[in-house]
Design a protein around this ligand. Structure first.
Ligand code: SAH
Length: 264
């Protein structure tokens, strides 16, 4: 069955942070945990911010939603992280999670995994503090706007990170290409973009509402990224390990690291 495009205002009105986290990230039973996506993303992000040497002053995490896992490696490589998401509830939930407020999602086992990968003996508590101190704020953002942070005009960042957002925010492939250009305007030439996506994904369930997903392929992403002024440094696809079709169909996930080579 076709699910109509769920635009940003549907996210604003209906996207429930807790329902999303419970469905997708609960340890041992969350869909993105069971199918291997979370471990794959943690491994690739660790690689990018360590051996691949992605580092700098400012990283912007675009469409962070209610999750913080994607910033756990980045906070060791950047002086500051700035969050950005369209919905008020997701920005509030993200901030409350950074403060580890009672009642927010428990990321302890994920934080422990990242500390283990880093192998520096950092404790979970030290990592929480590091993340909290590095994320300075989160801003309202609309990736569909030519300046996604409008009305703010920010100094250009050294890195943009966006996991599981653009394929949900764009109604068609042309829009996706345009959004890459919009994001590029926030980034220095020579800076990096890291994109995580679910491939061949159908609409997904969060709470009792279906959210639209654009069908993305590796070939499309390769061409869209290179056509919009980036050079791909690394791209890896991971096949889905476990199938739970009723919530969210997709066959694999992708993480890509690209460097901005020109303004577009
Ligand atoms: N990063 C999260 C994904 C969150 S779900 C994860 O890895 O699980 C998708 C997110 O995209 C939501 O937080 C939603 O608010 C955001 N989003 C949707 N449309 C957007 C738009 N036009 N601009 C910015 N963010 C948008």
């Amino acid at each position: 069955m076709e699910t109509a495009f769920t635009d940003k205002d549907t996210y604003q009105d209906f996207f429930d942070p807790e329902e999303y986290l419970n469905t997708y990230y609960t340890p041992k039973s969350g869909i993105l945990v069971l199918d291997g996506f979370l471990d794959f993303a943690l491994k690739k992000l660790h690689e990018y911010f360590t051996t691949r040497g992605v580092k700098g002053k400012t990283l912007i995490d675009i469409g962070h939603g209610p999750t913080i896992y994607q910033d756990l490696s980045a906070c060791e490589a950047f002086d500051e992280i700035i969050g950005a998401d369209y919905t008020d509830r997701n920005r509030e939930y993200y901030e409350r999670s950074l403060r580890n407020e009672p009642g927010t999602f428990d990321w302890t086992n994920v934080i422990q995994k990242v500390c283990d990968m880093e192998g520096k003996g950092t404790s979970v508590e030290e990592k929480r503090q590091k993340l909290k101190n590095t994320v300075k704020k989160t801003l309202k953002c609309d990736v569909l706007k030519s300046n996604p942070l409008e009305p703010l005009v920010m100094p250009k960042a050294d890195c943009l990170l966006t996991v599981g957002c653009l394929g949900f925010a764009c109604s068609d492939l042309d829009t996706y290409r345009n959004v890459l250009k919009n994001l590029s305007s926030l980034l220095k030439v020579g800076g990096h973009v890291i994109i995580g996506e679910l491939l061949n994904c159908s609409p997904y369930l969060s709470g009792d509402k279906m959210f639209f997903s654009l069908v993305l392929t590796e070939e499309f992403l390769r061409s869209a990224i290179t056509e919009t002024g980036f050079e791909i440094v690394d791209l890896e696809v991971s096949d889905r390990k476990y199938d739970m079709n009723q919530f969210c169909k997709y066959d694999s996930t992708l993480l890509v690291l690209a460097r901005k080579v020109r303004d577009v």
